[in-house]
Design a protein around this ligand. Structure first.
Ligand code: NI
Length: 238
């Protein structure tokens, strides 16, 4: 299913642009991992894309790690090829609003606009609209949840990478707090976070974790629209 989705995204992306693709659909297909049977974790990267996201993609792709990017629409508009490359490599793209506003201060119409503008930018870049949403600052209310019209995916491991720009500290926090089924919050807009990713992958791989996208973390279940999800710890039965 994922292979087919990615392939159609590739086709759509290539039809809509003259940029040459580099990834192949074969390399883009995520590993078949059943997170009900093995230890899974979802790395999530918020607020990009920025130029350094390309370095992060090399780190992830070299290690065959799939992740999820919660992208800001206005950044997608500036750097669509990075989002396209991420999707081609099998990463999931999620919606993180148009300009990272606190949506709890906006009307329903404005919240919808924040999401739909970002949907359009991502679709133009990848051929596919994001199916999950993460509220900026994790801030939501009934209006935001309803207007989002899709699942809200937040996190269970907060690395505070935006506050502590120290790769060793970020690696330590992740390694000390991550449990099977967790969703880890990271930000690819900080160089120190990208610097930490090889160490995060090494530490969690040594503990037997599989790195999956948000959709894979919950599969075969589908997340409910308008509800906030923080992790899938309950799914893992050793
Ligand atoms: Ni954010």
């Amino acid at each position: 299913m994922h292979r087919r989705l990615v392939t159609s995204a590739v086709t759509a992306a290539l039809c809509g642009t003259t940029l040459a693709g580099t990834a192949t659909s074969a390399s883009a297909a995520p590993q078949a991992v059943d997170c009900r049977k093995v230890k899974c974790v979802a790395l999530t990267f918020d607020d990009g894309p920025v130029a350094d996201t390309q370095r992060l993609l090399r780190v992830l792709n070299d290690r065959k790690v799939r992740s999820t990017f919660y992208v800001v629409g206005q950044n997608v508009q500036k750097k669509p090829s990075i989002v396209r490359d991420a999707a081609l490599a099998g990463h999931q793209i999620g919606n993180h609003s148009w300009d990272h506003a606190d949506l709890t201060k906006l009307s329903a119409a404005k919240v919808k606009s924040q999401l739909s503008r970002t949907d359009t930018a991502v679709k133009q870049a990848t051929g596919k609209k994001p199916t999950t949403f993460r509220a900026p600052y994790g801030a939501h209310n009934a209006t935001v949840r309803s207007a989002a019209g899709r699942p809200l995916v937040h996190w269970s491991v907060d690395t505070l990478d935006w506050k502590y720009r120290d790769p060793a500290r970020i690696i330590k926090t992740v390694n000390q707090t991550t449990k099977p089924g967790d969703i880890i919050l990271l930000h690819d807009i900080h160089r120190t976070t990208v610097d930490a990713v090889p160490g995060i992958i090494k530490a969690l791989k040594a503990r037997g974790f599989h790195f999956v996208t948000v959709d894979q973390l919950f599969a075969p279940a589908k997340l409910p629209s308008g509800k906030v999800t923080y992790h899938n710890r309950a799914a893992y039965r050793p």
